[in-house]
Write a protein that binds this ligand. Structure first.
Ligand code: PEP
Ligand code: MG
Length: 589
């Protein structure tokens, strides 16, 4: 314990909200101060033996990743599997492996020393990058480097002695293996010195349902082992030496959070009926092929959005047609007989691919994103469309185009798709006769020309994340505290009504695949406006399902009319809150 004892004053430390939820428990401090690394010069005849020792350490680190991989597969965390894959590639990277071996041989230094020098060089390259995502991958190099060093000096992974159940882990950073051990030990939450919103530990914490606050700078120096600490992953802060009142509130919020996580993990059917029998399909949004498998197990009624751009990210080259066809086929087969909607890559803006290979900058303001970007690089889109068409023989697929703003863009895709079909068929692949082509409605421009877009496409899906961003002029990434990101704004509600009505008139399907679909607070509104298909993060399905089962479609329609009549944001919000209260909808489910 620190010397504060019962007299210590409650102290709040602000960090970055990593993974949601609240927990309170005794701190389990992981001392990551590294053991002094041995450094010595070698005799020339010892070089080969030192090479062997280094390669053995690499093997041990790879085996450890395999173990973590097996566990994450059971948990169905596709996003995290991709990070492990990146760690595996880094461990085998010639710059790291050959670079270290070369130093051993030329500088005649021991493996630990040679590795430390090589890592320093690699990290210097990452430090020069300005992209947040790539900068955060620097911490993956630390993880890999630490594991290799520990394997070399024969140390166990740092969290060898597991903390007791309910403890809060306080550390500088965590490796994947640490994190898995912690989960097995039933740790309640995580507080780290380093990390940001897309750092690997945060992604893992979300997948494991552990509240996490990261980027706390020196939390390891402020907390003593056994001190009671509150981690508020919603607000991004930790409280040291909590008062009686804070302890009471945190304990209650922790209980509610645990209950919510318990419910979310249970499989539920993605086909749900309202009280008066209207059927709604709840589908999954996925980022990685493997996730579709677990989403189907959780009950999702097909995949309404597969964000394929993840195939293009954090790699120096472009994914080949074969590689993509494999990924799309995995999803099509997992979801069969339901449908998967494959969205063509949405790169540019706040999403990115390796600029090295594509020779362009991704500037949000230029609008060169998604389909507009694809029009500059038609070959990349044609390769993707070819891979998608190949997957059409393995299940039901739809192809959907992001960020559409004009009929010209849609015509361009159709032409390219026809060429891709011709090409794929001439190479002997079987392609389904009809592959539905859909449009994402994410720009005010698309809402305004919705009738024309519907006439030229088979279905539409509303990307409310971008629609809110571009209608209200609020950056979706940097809006955290402004309170201006308001999906219930009259302009958004009326846009949604316009889209639903136009789709009904055209006899085509309109779904929602932005975050609005995942929030039980908006379930009645979306239903009342006429949407019958909602696609979301699979763990949100249970909460939305529970909300829809509490209402009548008829009441929801009348309620939606009231919201539509609201002239102000406050009035709209008040209508929604009052309906949800009256129908006892759990908006935090
Ligand atoms: C959206 O914009 O709502 C959407 C679903 O697409 P993404 O979040 O991938 O931009
Ligand atoms: Mg979008």
């Amino acid at each position: 314990m620190t010397d504060g004892g019962p007299l210590a004053v409650e102290t709040i430390v602000d960090g970055v909200a990593g993974a949601p939820g609240v927990a309170i428990g005794p701190a389990f401090l992981v001392d990551r101060r590294r053991a002094q690394l041995p450094r010595f010069h070698l005799a020339a005849h010892a070089v080969l033996a030192e090479h062997d020792r280094f390669m053995a350490a690499q093997q041990r680190a790879l085996v450890e990743i395999d173990e973590v991989h097996a566990r994450m597969e059971q948990l169905g965390s596709g996003e995290y599997l991709a990070i492990l894959e990146a760690h595996r590639l880094m461990l085998r990277d010639p710059i790291l492996v050959d670079g270290t071996k070369r130093r051993i041989a030329t500088d005649l230094v021991n493996a630990e020393w040679a590795l430390a020098l090589t890592l320093k060089e690699v990290k210097a390259v990452f430090d020069r990058l300005t992209d947040d995502y790539f900068r955060e991958r620097r911490s993956d190099i630390d993880v890999i480097g630490d594991r290799l060093q520990q394997a070399l000096i024969g140390q166990e992974a740092p969290v060898a002695t597991p903390p007791s159940a309910g403890a809060v882990l306080v550390a500088h950073d965590l490796s994947p293996a640490d994190a898995i051990r912690l989960r097995d030990a039933k740790v309640a939450a995580i507080a780290l010195n380093v990390g940001g919103k897309t750092s690997h530990t945060v992604i893992l914490a979300r997948a494991l349902g552990l509240p996490a606050v990261v980027g706390l700078q020196r939390i390891t120096e402020s907390v003593g082992r056994g001190d009671i600490i509150v981690v508020d992953g919603d607000a991004g802060r930790v409280t040291l030496h909590p008062s009686e009142e804070t302890t009471h509130t945190a304990t209650e919020r922790h209980r509610v959070f645990r209950e919510k996580m318990r419910r979310r993990g249970r499989p539920v059917s993605g086909l749900v009926r309202t009280k008066d029998g209207t059927e709604i399909e709840l589908q999954a949004n996925v980022e990685f092929a493997q996730e579709a498998v677990s989403a189907t197990r959780l009950g999702a009624h097909g995949v309404g959005l597969y964000r394929t751009e993840y195939l293009y990210m954090s790699r120096p080259d472009l994914p080949s047609e074969d590689e993509q066809a494999t990924a799309y086929t995995i999803v099509a087969e997992a979801v069969r007989p339901q449908r998967v909607v494959l969205r063509t890559f949405d790169l540019g803006g706040d999403k990115f691919a390796s600029p090295v290979k594509l020779g362009t900058t991704f500037d949000t303001a230029s609008g060169l994103r998604a389909i507009r970007f694809a029009m500059r690089f038609p070959d990349i889109l044609k390769t993707q469309l070819s891979a998608m068409l190949r997957a059409s023989s393995s299940g039901e697929i739809g192809v959907m185009i992001p960020m559409i703003s004009s009929l010209e863009e849609l015509a361009f895709v159709k032409e390219l798709m026809a060429a891709a079909r011709h090409d794929v068929v001439s190479r002997g692949f079987v392609v389904a006769e009809k592959v539905p082509l859909g449009v994402m409605v994410e720009l005010p421009a698309a809402v305004i020309i919705i009738r024309e877009l519907l006439a030229e496409s088979d279905f539409v899906s509303v990307g409310t994340n971008d629609l809110v961003q571009y209608t209200l002029g609020v950056d979706r990434v940097h809006q955290i505290d402004s309170g201006l990101y308001q999906p219930y704004h009259p302009s958004i509600v009326r846009s949604l009504a316009t889209i639903a009505n136009a789709a009904r008139e055209a006899g085509k399907s309109a779904s929602i695949c932005g975050e609005m679909a995942a929030e039980p607070a908006y379930s009645a509104l979306l239903l009342g406006l006429g949407f019958r298909r909602l696609s979301m993060n699979p763990i949100a399905i249970a909460g939305v399902r529970a909300a829809l089962r509490r209402i009548n479609a008829r009441d929801a329609a009348a309620f939606a009319q009231k919201v539509l009549a609201a002239r102000t944001t406050n009035a709209s919000r008040a209508e929604i809150d009052s309906f949800n209260r009256e129908h006892e909808i759990d908006v935090h489910a």
